[in-house]
Design a protein around this ligand. Structure first.
Ligand code: ZN
Length: 311
């Protein structure tokens, strides 16, 4: 049987928020089965819980911001991608400021934080529940599109096309497993274009951004002294973002997510559309391997991860 999972103990990290520029402390704590992922702002003197689901998305410009009762927490997607990649269903996430720390701009520091803090633990009182896509749901917006299609495992198929000599057209197909997430996706950093940074700062974004937490490209090349972590780091980061945004369904997916030039807002709109169509999905648990075979579904093992020497 596939069980729900949580973190084995409290782990924490501290760092600047890429958009707010404010230093915040983040803590991830174990949570009860069926409680899901819930953010809690601890700096406001009142306890406001913000569930990590698509109904609580209040802003999708440049990053995903969740909010409830006038309280928000921003740039949640890289942490959520790490939790998804580690198979974590339930956790309480405390933040003492308006934004999750950006750390190095990827999901790797969150993965290390959790694995070096004891990793994850199966909650053997409750089976894991999955959202199985049964019918294709699609949104097209000019030359950008997103779709969720029925498929026998969880895949993300992402295409980007930036008219820039370093980025250009890139495509990546990701099939979720513990190794594929750690090795192929978790280290891909967020990126930005130097010529847009000043305008972003003037609009209140990217105030904590630097070469330490983002790949920055000028008109011709990558400005970071150490270059890229993967030749196609840009599209891999879009996969990472998509993984975090898709986790806002609240259950791990079985289906194929296809995105062309998409971002946070289009993905959130697709999730709303899917959830408004009850016949397009079903929620299932798989108690025995035979049930997977009957349904023609392959699920990754996300249980026994240890801290790798180098992710
Ligand atoms: Zn990102």
């Amino acid at each position: 049987m596939f069980y729900q999972r949580t973190v084995s103990q409290r782990v924490w990290a501290e760092g600047v928020g890429i958009h707010s520029g404010r230093t915040c402390r983040l803590a991830v704590l174990p949570a009860a089965p069926d409680s899901g992922l819930v953010f809690v702002r601890t700096d406001l003197g009142r306890r406001v819980e913000i569930p990590a689901d698509v109904h609580h998305v209040v802003d999708s410009r440049l990053a995903t911001t969740l909010g409830h009762a006038g309280v928000t927490v921003g740039t949640v997607e890289h942490l959520l991608a790490a939790l998804y990649g580690l198979g974590i269903d339930n956790a309480r996430i405390e933040v003492d400021g308006p934004e999750v720390p950006i750390l190095d701009g990827s999901a790797e520091p969150f993965v290390r934080m959790i694995l070096s803090g004891g990793g994850t633990v199966a909650q053997r009182s409750r089976p894991k529940r999955f959202l199985v896509v049964k019918k294709t749901v699609r949104i097209v917006d000019g030359d950008r599109s997103v779709a969720l299609r029925p498929h026998g495992c969880f895949t993300i198929d992402f295409s980007i096309d930036f008219p820039h000599p370093v980025v250009g057209k890139q495509h990546y197909e990701f099939v979720l497993s513990d190794k594929s997430f750690l090795h192929d996706i978790s280290r891909a950093r967020t990126f930005g274009f130097a010529r847009e940074v000043e305008a972003m700062k003037a609009a209140g974004f990217a105030r904590g951004g630097s070469l330490d937490n983002a790949v920055v490209v000028d008109d011709f090349c990558v400005q970071n002294p150490d270059g890229l972590r993967y030749p196609d780091e840009f599209v891999r980061h879009k996969v990472l973002d998509a993984l975090g945004d898709l986790s806002l369904l609240g259950l791990p997916l079985i289906g194929r997510f296809q995105a062309v030039r998409a971002g946070h807002a289009l993905t959130a709109a697709l999730l709303h559309k899917l959830l408004a169509m009850p016949r397009a999905f079903e929620i299932r648990e798989f108690r025995q391997r035979a049930e997977l075979d009957v349904a023609n579904i392959r699920l990754p093992e996300l249980a026994a991860l240890r801290v790798p020497a180098r992710v």
